[in-house]
Design a binder for this molecule. Structure first.
Ligand SMILES: C[S@@+](CC[C@H](N)C(=O)[O-])C[C@H]1O[C@@H](n2cnc3c(N)ncnc32)[C@H](O)[C@@H]1O
Length: 246
C-alpha cells in the first residue's frame, strides 16, 4: 500500500481528533459548509469519499439520502474511529491508498474528498483515475489546502506581525516551486505537496473534467472576531480551495 500514513502516528491522530472534537475548528466552521453547498442532490446516489478519515462526512452523505457510501482511507486509526462512531447500513469503510483507487472496479454518481489530496504526489495521475470512476452525469466535489497555504517550508513565520502580535499579512515562499514540503508540525517532518493553482486546474481539465465551480475558503466577520486566535489569519489568505467538476 503506497502513501505516507501520518494519521496512524499516535500524536498526530490525537491532535486531529482533539481539533475535530472541538466544535470550533477549521473543518466544521469553514471546510464543511462550503463543500456541502457545492454538492448535488445525493438522494439515491452512489458516493465515494476519498480520504474519508473519521467518517463524519460519509455519515452525513448517508443521512442526506445517498443510496451507498464507500469511504476509503489509508489510516487504520481513522477507519477504526469511523466504524465505531459513524456507521450506517449503507456505508462501507475500506482501507485503501487513494493512489490505488482504479482497483475499486465500480463507478459512482458522486466522488468527493475533503482535505486529503494534499498528501498525493501524483495529483495529475490521481485526477485521471478519478475520472475513470465517474458515471455519466456524475459530479466530483473536493477541497484541499489552498496553494497559498502550502507555499511554506517552516523556515519563517506564516505571518508578518505587529509588535503586539497582530497578523499584518501572510507570507509565502517559493510559490512557483512545486513538490513535497516538509515542516515540523505536530511531528517532525510532516509532509504535504505544494502545487500552483494553474497545475490544479490543468490536471483537472487534462483528465477530462469540466470545472463548474471553484471556491476559496472564507468565514464570516462575526466568527473571525469571536475567535481571533484561530481564524484571525483567514482575512489574509484562503485556507482551502474547492472545485466542483463534471
Ligand atoms: C485532513 S484528513 C481529512 C479527513 C476527512 N476527509 C475529514 O474531512 O475530516 C486527511 C485524510 O486523508 C487520509 N490520507 C492521507 N493520505 C492518503 C492516501 N494516500 N490514501 C488514502 N487516504 C489518505 C488520512 O489518513 C486522513 O484520514
Amino acid at each position: 500500500m503506497s502513501g505516507q500514513n501520518i494519521y496512524d502516528n499516535e500524536a498526530f491522530f490525537e491532535n486531529f481528533q482533539n481539533s475535530r472534537d472541538n466544535p470550533v475548528n477549521f473543518n466544521d466552521c469553514i471546510e464543511t459548509p462550503i463543500l456541502f453547498a457545492m454538492l448535488p442532490d445525493l438522494r439515491g446516489r452512489s458516493v465515494l469519499d476519498i480520504g474519508c478519515g473519521m467518517g463524519q462526512h460519509a455519515r452525513q452523505y448517508s443521512e442526506m439520502g445517498a443510496e451507498s457510501v464507500l469511504g476509503i482511507d489509508l489510516s487504520e486509526r481513522m477507519l477504526a474511529y469511523a466504524r465505531e462512531h459513524n456507521s450506517a447500513d449503507n456505508i462501507v469503510y475500506r482501507r485503501m491508498a487513494m493512489e490505488d483507487i482504479e482497483t475499486i472496479g465500480q463507478s459512482f454518481d458522486l466522488i468527493t474528498s475533503s482535505l486529503a489530496f494534499d498528501y498525493v504526489s501524483d495529483f495529475t495521475g490521481l485526477m485521471r483515475k478519478i475520472h475513470g470512476l465517474m458515471k455519466d452525469e456524475a459530479r466530483f466535489v473536493f477541497s484541499m489546502s489552498h496553494p497559498i497555504v502550502t507555499a511554506w517550508d517552516g523556515v519563517y513565520d506564516r505571518y508578518t506581525r505587529t509588535e503586539t502580535g497582530e497578523r499584518l499579512y501572510a507570507n509565502l515562499r517559493n510559490y512557483c516551486l512545486e513538490g513535497p514540503r516538509k515542516v515540523d508540525w505536530i511531528v517532525k517532518g510532516y509532509e504535504c505537496y505544494h502545487r500552483t493553482v494553474s497545475s490544479l486546474i490543468n490536471a483537472l481539465t487534462g483528465a477530462g473534467f469540466i470545472i463548474e465551480e471553484c471556491q476559496e475558503a472564507h468565514i464570516s466577520d462575526e466568527m473571525r472576531n469571536q475567535h481571533p486566535a484561530l481564524f484571525g489569519g483567514t482575512i489574509h489568505r484562503p485556507e482551502f480551495i474547492f472545485f466542483r467538476c463534471r
